[in-house]
Design a protein around this ligand. Structure first.
Ligand SMILES: [Zn+2]
Length: 272
């Protein structure tokens, strides 16, 4: 009985310390959100409904925060940047909204998959989801969406030789530049995985701003982002963006959830 009490006290103390620590960090960190798709029916936890996305916009408005690009949100922490990884074609649901309202949105897409079906995220899904095609990328770019590299073929960048890594990054930048006319200076690591070699080579190639998939930032190059998943609601979204004790618990939960994405390269069925 006494052991149970001690273990409970230790667990509560641990969660409290982590929560206070993370809660304080949220208030002083850039507010950059990472989303994956606007398809909530997929068993993939990172897909949210379009209605939940609209709720997120309301939470940002009601909290007195404004929208900005990732670059702006690094300079001004009252600006919230919205980013999407992977470029599934369900993101075209954003087009009517962007015609009505100018919201900076950044998308990090693996260029080898443009117009093709996904082959790494269908582990639990019933069918393979489709990625944006070239016309859709151009249309979104015309509506103000900013594009960034997510590697060329969505490989775990830490598993590549320097030659392969260089090719992944250079090719993705070139394809995106040719499609959108945008200078590509941002990178989101596939599966959130990076190491010092990846960070430094990407920076040398001109990818000045690099983003992970959890709130953790490292060595002034890797910039953390706030993951939003289908487990979120208005309350947790507000806490994730505004800080405080409960936000620490939310950040802790997000770190655990995002660590599961690191397992995806292991179960990926069709490496390219
Ligand atoms: Zn990805």
């Amino acid at each position: 009985m006494i052991y149970l009490l001690v273990i409970t006290l230790l667990a509560v103390s641990f969660i409290t310390v982590i929560s206070i620590f993370w809660g304080r960090r949220v208030k002083t960190s850039p507010r950059i959100i990472v989303l994956h798709s606007l398809e909530s029916k997929s068993p993939d936890i990172s897909g949210i409904s379009f209605q939940r996305f609209e709720q997120l916009l309301e939470v940002i408005d009601e909290a007195g925060l404004t929208f900005g690009t990732p670059e702006e949100s690094l300079r001004d922490h009252t600006k919230v940047a919205i980013t999407f990884d992977d470029g599934y074609d369900d993101l075209m649901q954003l087009a009517p909204l962007l015609r009505k309202r100018s919201i900076p949105i950044a998308m990090f897409i693996p260029t080898a998959y443009i117009g093709k079906h996904n082959d790494w995220d269908h582990f639990l899904a019933r069918g393979r989801r489709k990625h944006l095609n070239e016309d859709q990328v151009r249309e979104l770019a015309g509506l103000g969406v900013e594009f960034g590299s997510h590697g060329h073929s969505h490989r775990d960048l830490t598993s590549l030789s320097e030659t392969e890594l260089r090719k992944e990054l250079e090719l993705s930048r070139r394809v995106l530049y040719e499609l959108t006319g945008q200078e590509i200076v941002e990178l989101a690591y596939p599966f959130g995985r990076c190491n010092r070699q990846v960070r430094e080579l990407a920076a040398r190639l001109g990818l000045a701003r690099q983003f992970g998939s959890s709130a953790r930032s490292i060595d002034g190059i890797l910039i953390g982002r706030i993951p939003v998943t289908k487990f979120d609601n208005s309350f947790t979204l507000n806490r994730k963006l505004c800080g405080g004790f409960v936000s620490g618990i939310e950040a802790f939960k997000s770190a655990i959830i995002s660590s599961f994405s690191h397992l995806t390269p292991v179960v990926r069925s069709h490496p390219r």
